[in-house]
Design a protein. Structure first.
Length: 240
């Protein structure tokens, strides 16, 4: 299998993901065993919580790759970031000072959980004008989408991507989030599905999420979210 995971927290000690090299290795080995041949690390960039800068994240990523060495039991790796959309982080991302996905065509963005920022439609438009497609991280976990899929459906109709958190399908974050994920899957709103794994202990939940995904959308639907969609976002020039 050759799944592509576009949301993970596998760089040690840069955010709320893995803390040690051993945990990073265990998590990556587990993701490879589940079928993920390529994993993109997406550490948080969030004002006043995870004040990460792209240059420092690149150094941490390079150190991880060097420490892991050549190991056929591990997936290949890429680097991006999960950008929390506040005024500071958005301006950096729009100015080219963020960490988009390899290939530079898309960037992972996280929204506040309880309400969407004013002017978010315009911000998404600004990114797309600059040639960067916004990919909304785990929309099923945002309270404004618990009861209905608007405005996500509008964003998607305008070219924004949506990323399903596999663990949402098995109740990791709550029943509201699970029901929203199932509804958005049925509506065909997701472009990609990803692990959002933070530690090795998440692996059984990711595995259960993969099974739940295939039960709901079938093998071809799962492939579209785990292989075709991610590859389209990364582009042909991204090494996989």
């Amino acid at each position: 299998m050759s799944f592509v995971d576009l949301h993970s927290h596998v760089i040690p000690a840069v955010d709320d993901g893995v803390k040690t090299l051993d945990d990073a290795r265990a998590l990556l080995r587990g993701l490879r065993s589940l079928g993920f041949a390529h994993v993109v690390a997406t550490p948080h960039i969030r004002t006043a919580l995870f004040e990460n800068e792209p240059a420092a994240l690149r150094r941490a990523f390079d150190a991880l790759v060097a420490a892991l060495g050549d190991d056929d039991a591990l997936p290949s790796l890429g680097l991006a970031a999960e950008h929390h959309v506040d005024d500071v982080v958005f301006e950096k991302l729009a100015a080219g000072d963020g960490l988009p996905y390899p290939g530079g065509r898309a960037a992972l963005v996280e929204l506040p959980e309880t309400r969407f920022p004013l002017g978010i439609d315009g911000r998404f438009f600004d990114l797309m004008v600059r040639g960067v497609r916004p990919v909304v991280a785990h929309p099923e976990r945002y309270a404004p989408l618990f009861r209905g899929s608007e405005p996500l459906a509008t964003w998607v109709s305008r070219g924004v991507g949506a990323q399903l958190d596999l663990m949402s399908l098995v109740g990791r974050y709550g029943k509201n989030q699970q029901r929203a994920a199932e509804r958005m899957l049925d509506q065909g709103l997701y472009l990609v599905a990803a692990s959002d794994a933070h530690k090795p202990e998440h692996l059984p939940l990711v595995e259960a999420g993969l099974l739940a995904l295939e039960r709901r959308v079938g093998a071809s639907g799962a492939r579209a979210l785990l292989v075709d969609g991610p590859r389209a976002l990364l582009g042909e020039d991204a090494a996989l």
